[in-house]
Ligand binder design. Structure first.
Ligand SMILES: [Zn+2]
Length: 414
C-alpha cells in the first residue's frame, strides 16, 4: 500500500516542484526532487498548504501548466479579500467527470436517471462538477442551478426527475415548498439525493429522506482539491469513500499527523491532477479516517461525515461550539422544525448564545405551558451537549430565512 501511495505522492511532488513558490519552500527543508521522498515519514515533512498560500499566489501563481494548457477556471467565494482560483487542463476535466461518474454509479445512479442539478453553476464547482459527471455516466442532466423554487418543483414533476443534487438545506427548503405547492409526492419520481457543500447531521438526513421519500447520499469536495467528488457515500452509508486519486491525512490542531480512527482536520493531496496539483492541503473540515473493506466491497479510505468546519467554530465564554451540535440537539428531540439560527451577542463582557428555533404550524397555537415545557427540554439538551448555558427563543413557523444554497446558521453580533 505504502509503495503505491508513495508513487502517486512523488508524482505530485515532481509536478509542484516546477512552481517557484514550492521550489523555495521545499528547498528550505532539503527536498529538491521527488526522489527525496523515500517514505511516508518524508512526505509528512512537507509543509502544509493553506488557503493563505493560494491567496498569496493569486490568481495563477500555483498552476503547474502554462495558461495555453488550461481550459477552465473555477474560484471559491472569498468572504473577505480575493477568491482562491483553481485551473484545469482538459485531462483534469475528464478525470473529474470520470471520478464523479463512478461515484454516482456506486450510489445507484444509472444512465436511466434524470438528474436535477440545483447546485449553483458558475465559478463555484458544485454545478459544473456534478454536471460533467452525470453526462459521463449517460444520465439526463437538468442544469437548473439553484433558486426559483416553484419552477424547480414543476420541472421535477414534468421531467420525471429521479435524482436531486443540491445542498442539504436547499433540499429541505424544496421539501417544505413541495408540501405547500399543490404537487403531491406521488406525482414525483424522485428516489436519490446527492447532497453536500455544507455540514449536516444524521438527523437532518432523516428529515430530508422522510419528507422527500428518497435515499440521501453525502458528497464531499472542495474547489481547491478539485470540486465535488473527492468522496461520496455508498448505499451502506458507513462513511464516504474517498476517491483513489486523493491521499488523505488527519492532523491535530498543531498540524501533527493523527492515527487512523482519530478525529481531526482533513488534509488532502491530489495524485493525478495536472494544472492545479495540491500537496497536503488543509481543508479545515473535521472528520475521522478509516481504511479497509466496506460491506459494499470497496477497498480503500473512507471518511466520516463532516459535521463541522474549523471556520464555523464559535468560541463562547471560552467553549468551542459548532452549529452542528445545536442541530443535533434540536433534531434529536423530534419536537421542532429543522430550521434554526444561532445569535451570539455580548452583554457587558459576557458572551451570550441565543438559539432561535421554529415550531410547526399546528403547535404554534398550543398552550403556552406546553410550549414552555418543550423549550425547557431543548435548553437542557443543548446545555448538556455544549456545556454552557444558552437562551432558547421559539419563533413562528417559516420566520427563519430559507436557503437556496449554503445555509446561514450564525449571526455573530460581537
Ligand atoms: Zn461502501
Amino acid at each position: 500500500m505504502e509503495k503505491q501511495w508513495l508513487e502517486g505522492l512523488r508524482n505530485t511532488v515532481e509536478r509542484v516542484l516546477t512552481i517557484p513558490y514550492y521550489q523555495e519552500r521545499f528547498g528550505a527543508i532539503g527536498i529538491n526532487q521527488a526522489e527525496d521522498i523515500k517514505s511516508l515519514r518524508d512526505f509528512q515533512r512537507i509543509p502544509l498548504t493553506t488557503k493563505e498560500d493560494l491567496r498569496k499566489n493569486y490568481p495563477f501563481g500555483l498552476f503547474a501548466e502554462p495558461m495555453e494548457n488550461i481550459v477552465r477556471l473555477h474560484a471559491s467565494s472569498g468572504t473577505t479579500g480575493k477568491p482562491t482560483v483553481v485551473g484545469y487542463t482538459l485531462n483534469d476535466i475528464k478525470l473529474w467527470a470520470k471520478i464523479v461518474a463512478s461515484e454516482l454509479e456506486r450510489a445507484g445512479v444509472t444512465k436511466q436517471d434524470v438528474v436535477q442539478i440545483a447546485y449553483g453553476y458558475g465559478l463555484f464547482t458544485g454545478g459544473m462538477g456534478l454536471h460533467y459527471g452525470c453526462e459521463e455516466l449517460g444520465a439526463v442532466v437538468v442544469p437548473i442551478s439553484g433558486g426559483n423554487t416553484a419552477r424547480q418543483l414543476m420541472l421535477m414533476r414534468d421531467f420525471g426527475t429521479t435524482v436531486l443534487a443540491c445542498t442539504p438545506s436547499y433540499a429541505l427548503y424544496l421539501a417544505e415548498s413541495l408540501e405547500e405547492s399543490g404537487i403531491s409526492r406521488d406525482e414525483l419520481k424522485l428516489k436519490i439525493g446527492i447532497f453536500g457543500a455544507e455540514p449536516w447531521t444524521e438527523g437532518m438526513r432523516e428529515q430530508i429522506e422522510a419528507r422527500l421519500g428518497i435515499k440521501a447520499f453525502d458528497i464531499y469536495g472542495l474547489s481547491e482539491t478539485m470540486g465535488p467528488g473527492v468522496a461520496l457515500e455508498c448505499p451502506a452509508h458507513q462513511g464516504l469513500h474517498i476517491d483513489e486519486h486523493f491521499y488523505p491525512e488527519i492532523l491535530d490542531a498543531e498540524g501533527n499527523p493523527l492515527p487512523v480512527g482519530e478525529q481531526g482536520e482533513l488534509v488532502l493531496t491530489s495524485l493525478d491532477k495536472e494544472a492545479f496539483p495540491v500537496l497536503r492541503y488543509r481543508t479545515k473540515d473535521l472528520t475521522t479516517l478509516h481504511h479497509g473493506t466496506c460491506s459494499c466491497g470497496n477497498v480503500g479510505w473512507t471518511m466520516e461525515r463532516v459535521t463541522a468546519r474549523v471556520d464555523d467554530m464559535l468560541i463562547i465564554r471560552g467553549v468551542n461550539v459548532f452549529p452542528s451540535q445545536v442541530e443535533e440537539a434540536i433534531l434529536s428531540l423530534g419536537e421542532f422544525e429543522p430550521h434554526y439560527l444561532l445569535v451570539v451577542y455580548r452583554v457587558g463582557s459576557l458572551d451570550q448564545l441565543e438559539v432561535q428555533v421554529e415550531v410547526d404550524e399546528t403547535s404554534f397555537f398550543d398552550e403556552v405551558r406546553e410550549l414552555e415545557g418543550r423549550q425547557d427540554r431543548l435548553q437542557r439538551r443543548i446545555e448538556e451537549i455544549l456545556g454552557i448555558s444558552v437562551r432558547i427563543r421559539l419563533v413562528e413557523p417559516k420566520s427563519i430565512p430559507r436557503s437556496e444554497g449554503k445555509a446561514v446558521r450564525v449571526i455573530d453580533k460581537r
